[in-house]
Design a protein around this ligand. Sequence first.
Ligand SMILES: [Zn+2]
Ligand SMILES: [Zn+2]
Length: 233
Amino acid sequence: MNKVKFFYDMHIHSDLSPCGSEDMTPNNIVNMSCIKGLDIISVTDHNAADNLPAVMELCNSSGIEFVPGIEVTTREEVHVLCYFKDIFSALKFGDLIYNSLPDIPNTPSIFGQQNIYNSKDEITGTLNKLLISTSSFSLIEIYSLTEQYHGIMIPAHINKKSNGLLGVLGFIPSNISLKFVEVYTKADIDEELIKNLNILKNSDAHYLADISEAENCFELNSLEEVYNYLCIK
Ligand SMILES: [Zn+2]
Ligand SMILES: [Zn+2]
């Protein structure tokens, strides 16, 4: 069977992330993704999963393939993208990560709102703990926890000085097996370090206009294959 190119953006922040714009509501994200011609998206808020159900519902009715995700800050202050086969695992994992955050309250006037939405873009709640804090789990702990929750961990923007795996640790640890790494396109990277890995290029959008154009794609037999394609086995 001939493979088809499916355009993706697997790293988008909603208004739940304090740094995400208030325009990053579920409907705006999904509508913008349609306008941009994307086939596959993932919303990956910092250390929480609460807006995934609304975005998933809207993706399901618009024909966009949705992969539930979270961007976790490990104890080493490395950002990793965790993707899940199903939303229930993502939500349970999200609770575990949120509960591991320190009891530092968000100050919306400084950091921004942390709003939870339903699929009609109505605000149904907020999260109190500051989501850009560091979780209590180490990189290797997140790696195995993600696996336990039927997910896959992909280090985010590895070549970014702040919060990137290479920027923080300077190397890719040998005790984790990776198929993909996310590369930040606006910074240089030592190609030698990533020569055996697949590259994910995402927007890391915090504003609507920054959601990717249809430029990065996976070649798959069908849309439903995307999650398995990200996995090693
Ligand atoms: Zn990040
Ligand atoms: Zn991000």
